[in-house]
Each structure stands twice: as structure tokens, then as C-alpha cells.
Design a protein. Structure first.
Length: 291
């Protein structure tokens, strides 16, 4: 499996002087699709590289603050991310933006959808709003959510102490089914994935820790108030505890008109194994996807 480096890399300066680092694949004048990457992975890990040119897509991945080469923003929120992306898109001449959130990037993509920054969205193997699921969560995840609610600063500090590229890689492998391990252990994919994680931790673990705390907290927007088309993609074989415990069923009921896809033969790596289907759903959010 080939996971090429971005065709174009750059830094975009925001009005407050912070810089957002970005990478792009596909047509520079194509349909803009923003990727919100998974936990601690940088802009260097894309998806669907063999499909974006044919589909006329300009795939853009942006490092969240404190990850990769984007400047930190201590205390940032999901709303702040949507504001950053609105400014980023306007500054780069993008007037229509679709968004994809993978795994821990799911809440960041939905923040953009809720704010109207994105005109359509896809969440792939995405983290649900764990703080409202209560007993539906696995025990360890429920404990993490409780720790964040009880003492957010202490929980974030503990996430930073754990966070490292090697620790995260071991966790991913330990909780992945064979269908995903076949992807992750492909030499070219593993090399690209681990390189993106090393890049994600280039400034230390604070960015990863903040992302994790936000994923475990209540969202500052209501999923019920999202008014743009949303596709939710999950693999039935996914065994990761950090993804939705019910494969997105609860989230699908909360988001008006959301299309819910549970792919029977896929796991959590379906961002790469089903890339073209996911991208096509963003090009025409009202057309059948076959997923």
C-alpha cells in the first residue's frame, strides 16, 4: 500500500501570528477536502492518493496546534479549531470546504460542520461524544472520561506523560483486528504512519494531550444542531476502544439526516481501505454510496 508524502507543503499565518502547517495532495484547483487526522498524526499522512486526482479533489491536511509544525495554542477548544480553519480557508481562497475526521479527528471535523465552516462532512472510525455515553463506554474509557471531568488539568498532564510515538503505536497494534493489522504492518504503510506520528510529537506530547482531553470532554456544540450533510463510516470488525462503542449508531441518531455506514468486512483502517467511497460521498452528499 502506497502512502505518498504530500505533493505540496506550507505554513499559513493566522491573524494572531500563529502558523498552521498544511500538506496537500491532488489537484491544486480541485474540490477542497480537509482531513482532520487521527491522534498525534501529522499532515504528512493522507489517504486516497490514488483517487484524488481522478476525482478532482484537493486533499488538505492541517496539523492541529502543538502537533507537527503548527504553533501551540494552550487551552484551545474544538470551537477554536473551527475558527482557525475558517480563517485558514478564507486566507487560502477556499470558499467551499468539505471535511473528513478520522478517529480522534472526528470531533474536530464535526466542530467545523457545526460552525458552518464545512459544507459537508464525513467521520471515519470516529470518536463519539464519550462524555454523554456513560455506561455504554468500556470501563477504561469510562474512567478516562471521568478523570477529565473531575480534574481536566491533571488528566491532560497524565496524557502528556503517556504520549509518545512508540507508546501510541503499540496501543494501536494491541487493539487492532487482523484486517487492520494487514494494513498497519504493510511495510510502506507502517513507515508512513510511524513517520507521521513522530512528526506529530515533534514538539512534545502537549498537543496530543490537549487533543485527548478534548475528545474526552463534552463538546461545545450540539450534534443535534448540525445542519450540513454528514456521513458516518465505521468498520464492523473494528475493535479499537477509542472509536465509537456502537459503531456510530448513537451519533447517527443525534445528527439530523446523517447517513450511517457500517462496512461489514472492514475495520478501523477503512479510511485507507475504502478511501474512494468516502471521498465520493463528499463530492455528492445526496447520492447513494454503496456503503
Amino acid at each position: 500500500m502506497d502512502v505518498p508524502e504530500p505533493t505540496r507543503l506550507g505554513l499559513h499565518e493566522l491573524a494572531d501570528g500563529r502558523r498552521l502547517a498544511w500538506g496537500e495532495w491532488g489537484a491544486a484547483d480541485g474540490v477542497a477536502v480537509l482531513l482532520c487526522p487521527g491522534a498525534a498524526t501529522s499532515r504528512r499522512l493522507g489517504f486516497g492518493a490514488d483517487a484524488v486526482d481522478a476525482l478532482g479533489i484537493r486533499l488538505i491536511s492541517v496539523d492541529r496546534p502543538g502537533l507537527g509544525a503548527s504553533d501551540p495554542a494552550p487551552g484551545r477548544t474544538l470551537r477554536d479549531w473551527a475558527d482557525d480553519i475558517a480563517e485558514f480557508a478564507a486566507g487560502r481562497g477556499i470558499d467551499d470546504l468539505a471535511v473528513v475526521g478520522y478517529s480522534a479527528g472526528g470531533p474536530f471535523a464535526l466542530a467545523c460542520a457545526a460552525a458552518g465552516v464545512a459544507s459537508r462532512a464525513a467521520v471515519v472510525a470516529g470518536a463519539d461524544e464519550f462524555a454523554v455515553l456513560g455506561d455504554a463506554l468500556p470501563g477504561d474509557l469510562r474512567d478516562m472520561v471521568g478523570a477529565v471531568a473531575a480534574d481536566p488539568a491533571a488528566a491532560e498532564e497524565s496524557f502528556a506523560e503517556f504520549g509518545s510515538p512508540e507508546a501510541l503505536w503499540k496501543l494501536i497494534v494491541a487493539f487492532s483486528p487482523e484486517t487492520d493489522l494487514a494494513v498497519y504492518r504493510n511495510p510502506r504503510f507502517e513507515r508512513a504512519f510511524r513517520r507521521a506520528m513522530a512528526d506529530g510529537f515533534a514538539q512534545g506530547a502537549a498537543g496530543y494531550a490537549r487533543d485527548t482531553a478534548l475528545a474526552m470532554s463534552r463538546w461545545p456544540f450540539a450534534a443535534e444542531e448540525i445542519r450540513v450533510p454528514v456521513d458516518l463510516w465505521y468498520g464492523r470488525l473494528d475493535t479499537s476502544p477509542s472509536h465509537s462503542p456502537d459503531f456510530g449508531a448513537t451519533l447517527a441518531r443525534r445528527i439530523p439526516g446523517a447517513r450511517h455506514h457500517v462496512v461489514p468486512d472492514a475495520g478501523g483502517a477503512l479510511l485507507w481501505t475504502h478511501a474512494e467511497q468516502i471521498l465520493r460521498s463528499l463530492l455528492d452528499p445526496w447520492a447513494p454510496t454503496g456503503g
